[in-house]
Design a protein around this ligand. Structure first.
Ligand code: GLN
Length: 341
């Protein structure tokens, strides 16, 4: 009698477990299908958009194929969803600023960046110098060129090579892949970056630089020339979404606290003078680069990256903005969007 009672209970428990498993499977299958269709739809919808124009103030960027269009969405459990061109690589450009900022905050803590450079939106174009003069090198942020160069000047290492190694190791940790510098882009920008050199000297005049001005500008120029495809960028974004631990290699690259600070700067300053309108539309921290990439992060859920070189006037990829905006909305992934209980 007792035995029967026991086995009835375990049968019931088994049924409940199976039922729950079936529900979980159905939910995740549904989510998978949702993600796939969101990406596919965005691709088809925006594939033929011809608005925007490749950056050309760095001569080598004008020559990049403006038809490249790749999308990668990677969840915090390491599932990779892709569509379009996954093989073409572009230079990471300003998206690199996210990772040098992460490196500096992780090594030195958040306060020094806030006090020496600032974490406020400038409302100005990315290479603007006026706000540096006006605010005496402070109250800018690490994602406009002046602040980014000053951030790179704080990278750990005794000399150029050690600092470069710090940057590369961190970027590769985020991407979970070996990365390389796009030599023609690096040389092209190094030959034409006098404005950035001037920003470094201007920042130094306000004691906002922590290392040699010209070597730092060169290091910064090289970090911007690291080559990435959509999947590399998607994984870097997914590592941010996963609190600083790469969801595929399972290696911890930076702390969750570092990521929280980095994401807040991405929210206020990730798309330069269009950061406000971007956050208003999507609610997600993102970062663009003039190479044509944009990454966006839905904390605790997924990272997404799109590469499409033609840019709008603010210097942000037109197709990448459209696609990410579409996918976030389609998946209901705006973190500020909460359904009442
Ligand atoms: N390397 C570029 C520059 O310094 C990066 C700018 C960007 O991507 N917005 O101008």
């Amino acid at each position: 009698m007792k035995k029967t009672h026991f086995s009835n209970r375990s049968t019931l428990a088994a049924i409940v477990v199976l039922f729950l498993l079936a529900i979980t499977q159905a939910i995740s299958a549904q989510t998978k299908a949702d993600i796939e269709s969101a990406i596919n739809e965005a691709y088809t919808k925006y594939e033929n958009v011809t608005e925007g124009k490749n950056a050309d103030y760095i001569p080598a960027l004008a020559e990049v194929d403006s038809k490249i269009f790749g999308i990668a969405l990677i969840t915090v459990d390491g599932t990779v969803y892709t569509k379009g061109d996954l093989t073409s690589k572009v230079s990471i450009q300003s998206i690199s600023k996210v990772f040098t900022l992460a490196s500096v905050i992780n090594d030195l803590g958040p306060d020094i960046v806030a006090s020496k450079i600032g974490v406020d939106a400038t409302g100005m174009k990315f290479n603007n110098a006026e706000f540096v003069e006006r605010n005496k090198g402070k109250q800018g942020n690490p994602f406009v060129n002046a602040g980014a160069i000053a951030t790179t000047s704080m990278i750990k290492g005794a000399d150029y090579n050690e600092k470069w190694n710090t940057i590369m190791t961190l970027m590769e940790g985020f991407a979970g892949e070996k990365l390389e510098v796009n030599q023609p882009v690096y040389e092209s920008e190094a030959a034409t970056n006098q404005h950035n050199q001037a920003l470094a000297f201007l920042m130094a005049s306000f004691e906002s630089m922590s290392w040699d001005n010209l070597q730092t500008t060169d290091l910064y120029t090289k970090q911007c020339a690291i080559n990435v495809n959509a999947k590399d960028l998607g994984m870097m974004a997914a590592t941010l979404a996963n609190g600083g631990t790469n969801p595929v290699t399972d290696k911890t690259i930076v702390s969750p606290e570092t990521v929280a600070h980095v994401l807040s700067v991405m929210s206020t300053a990730g798309l330069y003078d269009d950061s406000g309108i971007w956050l208003y539309r999507t609610g997600v921290p993102a970062k663009s680069g003039v190479g044509g990439g944009i990454i966006a992060v839905v904390p605790g859920k997924f990272g997404i990256a799109v590469i499409a070189p033609p840019l709008d006037d603010a210097g942000n990829s037109v197709k990448a903005q459209l696609s990410i905006d579409y996918i976030i909305e389609k998946l209901g992934a705006n973190p500020y969007l909460v359904q009442p209980r």
